[in-house]
Design a protein around this ligand. Structure first.
Ligand SMILES: [Zn+2]
Length: 581
């Protein structure tokens, strides 16, 4: 087998226009080249070569692919031969085959997904049922031609898909394994994507491996992805990275957006270095993947509360992988899609150029909300900034972050340094790692119940506490999902808990009392933990430091005691048998 890096290196080095130009008379039109299609033998210039994307596409027969596919389709070569042929032309030597090379056992899955992609794309162009999808694209000012180049498709309701695939001799087991159909309880099989606009998801070799389907009209979930399959691991791929990775080098940045439509809009506006996670939060694997292609990531998410939470979560993940992270802020009420539509690509480039460091952005927001105006506010601000400082794996970034936060919160840098990295003095973890052994707390449950009652409590709770303060994993998951308004993201356990809480309801207690008590309880718990930690630090500290540390501990105890009145109420509730600890 030819190593992946070599395949990539050859593809990047290949002169696509020159190679295809040997077979087709191409003329430049803007950034692309057009000519008569060599596949269906047309005479009009319906065949496009798009060097920026490293691909070709015919608007009549819809043949599409990269430089390798061109040789395979035009000259009937197999994949390794095509790679060798292109390599020869660009002057790269490929090591000779060593040992027997069997065919990839996943080949049938790639073939099934590719066949499905072609069929979905044809539905989008031709099927009467896809009119709703075509109208939707029109409403978002995406032309059918643009949609076709991006390989968009439509998955109809009904049995058309299954019949067509069977007609093409694709077996049901393969379709199931590729995640294209699902088996119902009664044993019958239906297409996974019904009534959805489909975005193909490519792997790093530009092969389609999965789809993300957007619902058209009412229904849940809004986006449905292919399941994990032998060829698709969504935590390890980024949407559009197969295109963006070439551009990130030139642009010296990657732009991370929330969804496929944002990618589409930015691509159409001429930004190629755009990627998106696949329907979930950014994973560590995805950050590691991104880190191989760029050193700087600009986060371009919605600026509402849910968008900001997602921004900072993704920011922390990226910082853990030593990436430089900045946040672009769009004008009030605009998302990337509307901004480009209303004000053009220049307005977006302006916002990207004005992006600020992720920690600085967090500080800006806390400042705007008045967190630094009071002592308890400063303490809470610090709690929100600490995870970002701790996430910074790059030592220089981390040191700069500590200096900056010490300055803005008005504390000594060495004190903050100890708080950031208690391991330097004691080995006690600052926060217990949430695990399934943690018992659910009444306070956490109250806060989730309040959020489920809608506004104003939803905002009040997300304002007052951070997801990290939830120790019980199920409640934390509920908190995150409610805060982001994405209940469809819940796993099975959390979804069941959601239903049972929904049935339970808020009860008779006045919500404001419930809120105050729960928030105080969480703060008291946090302070308790810090007091314990401080005591351990005192036990291990050299004599000279003990007096100062004892003073610090006393200050924490005073702070906690201020929560006492409510604290006692909870203690008595706990004695009555409520699961509170
Ligand atoms: Zn053609």
């Amino acid at each position: 087998m030819i190593p992946e890096e070599v395949i990539e290196q050859v593809r990047e080095a290949a002169d696509l226009v020159g190679i295809i130009g040997e077979h087709v008379e191409l003329k430049r039109t803007g950034a692309d080249y057009r000519g008569p299609c060599p596949f269906h033998g047309g005479t009009h210039r319906n065949f496009a070569v798009i060097p920026k994307k490293g691909m070709f596409y015919c608007f009549v027969c819809h043949e599409a692919g990269d430089v390798y596919t061109f040789f395979m389709k035009k000259l009937g070569m197999d994949y390794p031969t095509a790679v060798r042929e292109v390599a020869r032309r660009v002057g790269i030597t490929i090591p000779e085959r060593t040992g027997p090379t069997g065919p990839d056992p996943r080949e049938p899955l790639f073939a099934a997904v590719a066949t499905a992609a072609d069929w979905f794309a044809r539905q989008l162009r031709e099927s009467p049922e896809a009119e709703v999808a075509r109208r939707y694209l029109e409403s978002r000012r995406v032309t059918l031609e643009q949609a076709q180049i991006q390989g968009l498709g439509f998955g109809p309701r009904g049995s058309g898909f299954l019949d067509a695939m069977k007609g093409l001799a694709l077996r049901e087991e393969v379709l199931l394994e590729a995640g294209l159909i699902v088996k119902r309880d009664d044993g019958s099989k239906i297409p996974r994507f019904r009534g959805r606009l489909l975005f193909p998801i490519h792997d790093m070799r530009s092969r389609i491996v999965a789809f993300s389907g957007r619902i058209l009209g009412e229904g849940e979930p809004k986006y449905l992805n292919s399941p994990e399959t032998p060829i698709f691991h969504k935590g390890q791929l980024l949407y559009n990275l197969h295109v963006a990775r070439h551009a990130t080098r030139k642009a010296e940045r990657a732009i991370l957006v929330e969804g496929q439509f944002d990618v589409l809009r930015l691509s159409l506006a001429g930004f190629e270095e755009v990627v998106a996670p696949l329907g979930t939060g950014l994973t560590d694997d995805q950050a590691a993947l991104l880190q191989r292609h760029t050193a700087h990531v600009v986060l371009l998410y919605d600026s509402d509360d849910a968008g900001l939470r997602a921004t900072f979560r993704a920011g922390d993940v990226l910082l853990r992988h030593k990436l430089r992270v900045s946040v672009a802020t769009l004008p009030e009420g605009e998302d990337p899609d509307t901004l480009v539509q209303n004000k053009g690509a220049a307005a977006l480039e302006h916002a990207l150029k004005d992006s600020v460091d992720v920690l600085e952005r967090k500080i800006q927001i806390l400042e705007r909300k008045g967190f630094f105006g009071s002592l308890p506010g400063r303490r809470r601000a610090l709690d929100r900034l600490l995870p970002t400082i701790r996430a910074a794996a790059d030592p220089i970034t981390r040191d700069l972050y500590v200096s900056r936060v010490a300055e803005v919160a008005g504390i000594r840098k060495d004190v903050l340094q100890r708080e950031v990295d208690p391991k330097e003095t004691v080995t006690v973890p600052y926060r217990p790692v949430p695990s399934l052994t943690v018992l659910p707390s009444n306070a956490e449950k109250s806060l989730v119940l309040l959020m489920m009652s809608g506004q104003p409590w939803l905002s009040k709770v997300t304002e007052a506490v951070d997801g990290e303060e939830f120790e019980f994993p199920v409640y934390r998951a509920l908190f995150e999902a409610l805060a982001d308004d994405a209940p469809d993201r819940l796993d099975e356990t959390a979804a069941r808990a959601y239903e049972s809480l929904q049935a339970e309801g808020l009860g008779n207690e006045p919500p404001d009392l419930m809120f105050e008590r729960a928030v105080n309880w969480l703060e008291a718990r946090r302070l308790d933990r810090e007091i314990t930690r401080k005591q351990q630090e005192i036990d291990l500290a050299p004599e000279a430091d003990k007096a100062r540390l004892t003073l610090e501990k006393r200050a924490l105890a005073n702070e906690r005691n201020a929560k006492r009145p409510t604290w006692k109420v909870l203690e008595s509730a706990r004695r009555k048998g409520a699961p509170g600890s």
